[in-house]
Ligand binder design. Structure first.
Ligand SMILES: [Zn+2]
Length: 199
């Protein structure tokens, strides 16, 4: 496939997803600290699972340059694209994580596993990630970026066993530690001005 003209900065682990996406985009692997402002989007790509802390770093790096950030990674039997996090709009990876947590009953077990493996320096690649799955994921990423068809607050999931594709939207969390805008409670922020309300 002919590479597109999209100027995307791809920061990846050199794995299957990274290679497949790089082949479809006019891109360059950036050394840490390089200026992203001449790029349309920052793509971070990993064949394995990425911790919240790693995603926090990616988001802040993109935010500092004013460009959107799109993570692509795997989580067990799924490859995940998104969410596309824009510097000027709420709705980020932390919002998504909290929404997903509230929607599943086994969250305490999942959280325990994640906390255990969040300390691993090199999360392992999903054993279900094949070259075909990586190609499909890369095709979706490139096609949607070129068509500007990735909305904010949406996660695309590719099942690595079945290769089925689904998209899921979510609402921003106003209490999100990364993008939430709720001020802290304080006496000054809660004035009670009594006014007459005649019937
Ligand atoms: Zn958020």
């Amino acid at each position: 496939m002919r590479p597109t003209e999209l100027r995307a900065a791809v920061v990846g682990d050199g794995g299957l997803l990274n290679q497949a996406i790089a082949e479809r985009l006019t891109s360059e692997r950036l050394a840490s600290g390089r200026d992203l402002r001449t790029h349309a989007v920052l793509l971070t790509v990993s064949d394995g699972w990425e911790s919240d802390a790693a995603h926090d770093r990616h988001r802040r790096r993109a935010l500092a340059s004013g460009v959107p950030w799109l993570p692509v990674w795997t989580e067990g039997a799924r490859a995940l694209i998104g969410p596309l996090v824009r510097p000027d709009a709420p709705g980020c990876h932390r919002c998504l994580r909290m929404r997903r947590a509230h929607a599943r009953e086994d969250w305490p077990v999942v959280r325990a596993v994640r906390e255990r493996y969040a300390t691993e320096p090199e999360p392992e690649r999903s054993p279900l990630l094949t070259t075909v799955a990586a190609e499909i994921t890369a095709h979706l990423v490139a096609a949607r970026l070129m068509a500007a068809a990735i909305p904010s607050r949406e996660l695309t999931v590719i099942g690595l066993r079945t290769l089925d594709v689904s998209s899921h939207t979510f609402l921003p969390d106003p209490c999100c530690p990364e993008c939430g805008g709720l001020p802290d409670d304080s006496p000054q922020a809660a004035p009670r001005t009594l006014r007459p309300r005649p019937k």
